[in-house]
Design a protein around this ligand. Structure first.
Ligand code: NAD
Length: 338
């Protein structure tokens, strides 16, 4: 079958399941094949709105399975890969780092190596008609390590990953980089800050705050709650990915971040404040906030300088934290109160 097919990996996860419907709608000429292993983090419920779309195909499988990847490339003749699939939760990487090494490093190697075999006849030589085929690797700002009170991560910041998760993502970034420098492949990488929004797994900070709040449980906050992240609404990330995939310069990396640095105390305070207004309880939800033992090696601060993406490609975030969190809370209330 020869169509304008793109392979999406990890499309049943948080960001992928926001990206797939968005990208299908803005690219009706393309066919998306979503390859996902459906680990605990993948949920097909998040993709029901595209189930019947003839331009969408779901395949359950593992990116570490090279034979499967080769079969999919043979069948669909992909013109691009947008690679989201990963083990993504830092806490799990502390207790079970092996899964992160397999999926994030070996899985990424498998994918890009099969893509190279299908798109290139030799180093720096594309098979005719495959010159524009692109491998887009989705990565994180956590590869840069941690910041102090000031400064921002730019694309030039040296890598200094601190958790098994970020170390495995850094390794995968380097593999992708090497396929550009060694083989001349058309690769591109985006490193994004913390995402939030609909369809995120229950284990992550913002869904946890909302769920615990409305169920009357303690709301756990690591350490003193002063850790800072640069929060980006997931659809702004998706828009950035589409822009970079279509217009970014080969071999380059682009940071994506919304200049929305907020510490965890602020996040929990805002969410509880909004819930106090729209779901008032006997007492303020803020009284449920509980500080728990900090995560080992917890990075203090991440913040992204997105100038390159803004100035070179014209990207701009549509949401700030205060507007995005309203929509997010509404989505989770709808989910948890059903
Ligand atoms: P997620 O954990 O919600 O989803 C990951 C998806 O990958 C799941 O559907 C899972 O089933 C699938 N998957 C896992 N292992 C697989 C394997 N071996 N083969 C096939 N599929 C597999 O993750 P997310 O938050 O959506 O993150 C997506 C990507 O974006 C990741 O690469 C992550 O590193 C990156 N990222 C995430 C954030 C964030 O804040 N969530 C920020 C920056 C970058």
């Amino acid at each position: 079958m020869k169509t304008n097919s793109i392979l999406i990996t990890g499309g049943a996860g948080f960001i992928g399941s926001n990206f797939v419907p968005f990208f299908l709608e803005s690219n009706p000429d393309l066919h998306l094949v979503n390859l996902d292993k459906l680990t605990y983090a993948g949920d097909l419920e998040n993709l029901t709105d595209v189930d019947n779309n003839p331009k969408y195909t779901f395949v359950e499988g593992d990116i570490c399975n090279r034979k499967l990847i080769e079969e999919l490339f043979n069948k669909y003749q992909f013109q691009g890969v947008i690679h989201f699939a990963a083990e993504s939760h830092v806490d799990n990487s502390i207790t079970n780092p092996g899964a992160f090494i397999n999926t994030n490093i070996t899985g990424t190697f498998n994918l890009i190596d099969v893509a190279k075999a299908h798109w290139m006849s030799a180093s720096f030589q594309f098979i005719k008609g495959k010159e524009a085929n692109r491998f887009h690797h989705i990565s994180t700002d956590e590869v840069y390590g941690t910041l102090g009170e000031t400064g921002l991560f730019t694309e030039q910041t040296p890598y200094a990953p601190n958790s098994p998760y970020s170390a495995s993502k850094a390794s995968s970034d380097f593999i992708v980089r090497s396929y550009f420098h060694t083989y001349g492949m058309n690769v591109i990488t985006t490193n994004c800050s913390n995402n939030y929004g609909p369809k995120q797994h229950n284990e992550k900070l913002i869904p946890t705050i909302i769920r615990k709040a409305i169920s009357g449980e303690n709301i756990p906050i690591y350490g003193d709650g002063k850790n800072i992240r640069d929060w980006l609404y997931v659809l702004d990330h998706c828009k950035g990915i589409e822009l970079v995939y279509k217009t970014g310069t080969t071999g380059e990396t682009y940071n994506i971040g919304g200049r929305n640095e907020r510490d965890n105390l602020y996040i929990v305070d805002v969410i509880c404040g909004i819930l106090d207004e729209i779901r008032p309880a006997k007492k303020s939800y803020k009284e449920q906030i509980t500080f728990v033992k900090d995560r080992p090696g917890h990075d203090f601060r991440y913040a992204i300088d997105a100038n390159k993406l803004e100035n070179e490609l014209g990207w701009e975030a549509d949401e700030n934290f205060e507007s995005g969190i309203q929509k997010t809370i509404e989505w989770y209330l709808n989910k948890y109160e059903q």
